[in-house]
Design a protein around this ligand. Sequence first.
Ligand code: NDP
Length: 283
Amino acid sequence: MEKIIDGKVIAAKIREEIAAGVAVLKAKGVTPGLAVVLVGDDPASQVYVSMKEKACAAAGIFSDEHKLPKETTEAQLLALVDELNRDERIDGILVQLPLPKQIDEGKVLEAISPKKDVDGFHPYNVGRLVTGNPLFQPCTPYGIMKMIEHTGIDLTGKEVVVVGRSNIVGKPVALMCLAQHATVTLCHSRTRDLAAQVAKADVLIAAVGRAEMIKGSWIKPGAVVIDVGVNRVGDKKLVGDVEFDAALERAGAITPVPGGVGPMTITMLLYNTLESAKRRVKG
Ligand code: NDP
């Protein structure tokens, strides 16, 4: 097992496979299409949206960009989603979160057709994940699973400890590990003795958002450590939720921050869009 799990390298390999899959569909006259909807002018969201567009272009995926003003009403956004649901060129619809406060996020996510819900946030897709029959799996946890797969570790019977229980990372990744027959512990802010929980992990997944809160000395020797956290310290430096240098000494393999989970998220968005387009071809 390589000690550093390099998200950039794994993502590049998957993106090559995606580009090849897109080329196969194009030869059959079908271009996968992703609609990206951005409401307002949140700077971080603008960066994410432009990264998604570039990634689509590189993979040969048609990206249909919709930038709406921050005053957009819920009804206007729902009307656009409805139009995209019916647009045959579109295989995936992504509404960039967060949305301005006059718009009910839950309502918008539920309005997206579950068959185009490449973010995997629609309750239908959440339900399918829970019942072990997923259609679209959310991108960050799906990317984490691809990284774990890359290490070659078989999760059957392993102790997986997930720290953080958000709907976008912690909860879905716990379900995905459960589906692969791991024994899963889901920790959160009320967990007692986090150090003791972390110490039993064969695979640790940290998704908290607190700089280096998980100490290297807590890590079980040989464990696989996936650090989802992205925390800015000082002006420029980004660090994860795990104390990297100390954890590196004990872990069997570990993801860096940046360059770990980050590059996988957009990759899995492209992957889901391609899968959706393949289903369109099959009918
Ligand atoms: P949320 O803020 O939604 O969830 C954080 C979770 O951490 C909560 O469940 C919270 O518990 C838990 N938590 C907070 N404090 C503690 C503590 N002291 N001990 C144990 N658990 C604690 O975050 P997200 O899941 O959205 O994101 C987590 C991190 O991952 C962030 O740094 C984010 O930037 C990053 N991220 C990175 C992505 C990527 O592509 N690389 C994508 C998505 C997220 P409780 O529920 O009890 O409040």
